[in-house]
Design a protein around this ligand. Structure first.
Ligand code: 2AM
Ligand code: CA
Length: 267
């Protein structure tokens, strides 16, 4: 294992222990509101502090971009951290959330970890060497037709004024695919595309830390990821489509029929 991936794995497991212990005493957890439909708990912050401590102890000169504590340091090596992706699930004791850690080197994704502490599932990828789940090589699914594809999405709950702009492409994809899931963790949705539990996934209005690790998992397991217009601005714009190559292309074709509403949704 790449030494930096090894450190990232240690950091993710440390955060996972904090999160899974806290699931057992949810009534004690204080929830703060960061914004409209945007929540944070002391567990998000504790998990993030543990991750940053592990990473910076090993690599003091590296930079950090983290959901709760923001940016620090200036380096070609940047760790992009979501300590608890799926916070709303976590708050409800709905056991589907993950730790997401990615390393970018000179702006290019290089290492990735997504860790599901409830199922003890560790998804890892290193640029150029593939992706694994608990040490076993993973590949994207082999569904060829959209009608056989199991898709996932996230609803743009913070953009409720534009919900109709989302629903038009949602209903087309619902009618044209096998079915759609909405599980509430972008990092796990991407990890599930990487290992074939899902054939495709799309969502709007995410942040870089939701997507970065999952994006490398998808690419290293033979999948494709991009933005809904077929470009590669998903990390910066937060609008994402991913899937096995055939399903990815068919999803883009459906989304292309909704250009105007997607442009409003993406703005
Ligand atoms: P979070 O749990 O780390 O906040 C679910 O649709 C996805 O949306 C999750 O990955 C969730 O990440 C993310 N999400 C939640 N609140 C968000 C916000 N205010 N802006 C962008 N993404 C958000
Ligand atoms: Ca997140």
């Amino acid at each position: 294992m790449h030494p930096m991936l090894n450190i990232a794995t240690r950091a993710a497991r440390r955060a996972g222990t904090i999160i899974s212990r806290a699931q057992k005493r949810l009534h004690d957890i204080k929830v703060d509101r960061k914004g409209h439909r945007d929540y944070v708990t002391q567990i998000d912050r504790e998990a993030e502090a543990a991750i940053i401590d592990t990473l910076l102890t090993a690599y003091p000169g590296h930079a950090i971009r983290a959901e709760e504590s923001g940016n620090h340091g200036d380096s070609d090596f940047v760790w992009i951290i979501d300590p608890l992706d799926g916070t709303l699930n976590f708050i409800h004791g709905h056991p589907h959330f993950a730790v997401s850690i990615a390393l970018q080197i000179k702006g290019r994704l290089d290492q990735a970890v997504v860790y599901d502490p409830m199922r003890d599932e560790l998804f890892c990828a290193s640029r150029g060497t593939g992706a694994v789940l608990n040490g076993q090589r993973i590949r994207v699914g082999n569904a060829k037709l959209l009608e056989d594809g199991l898709l996932a999405t996230g609803f743009p709950v913070r953009r409720s004024a534009q919900i109709n702009d989302y629903m038009s492409s949602f209903s087309d994809l619902l009618v044209q695919s096998a079915d759609i899931r909405r599980a509430g963790s972008a990092a796990l949705d991407l990890a599930y595309v990487a290992c074939g539990r899902l054939d495709g996934y799309w969502e709007f209005g995410l942040h870089e830390w939701d997507i970065a690790a999952g994006a490398l998992l998808v690419q290293e397991s033979g999948g494709l990821i991009g933005d809904p217009t077929g470009g590669e601005k998903h990390l910066t714009d937060g609008n994402v489509v991913a899937g096995n190559p055939r399903i990815f292309r068919q999803m883009l074709q459906v989304l292309a029929q909704h250009k105007d509403s997607l442009r409003r949704l993406s703005s």
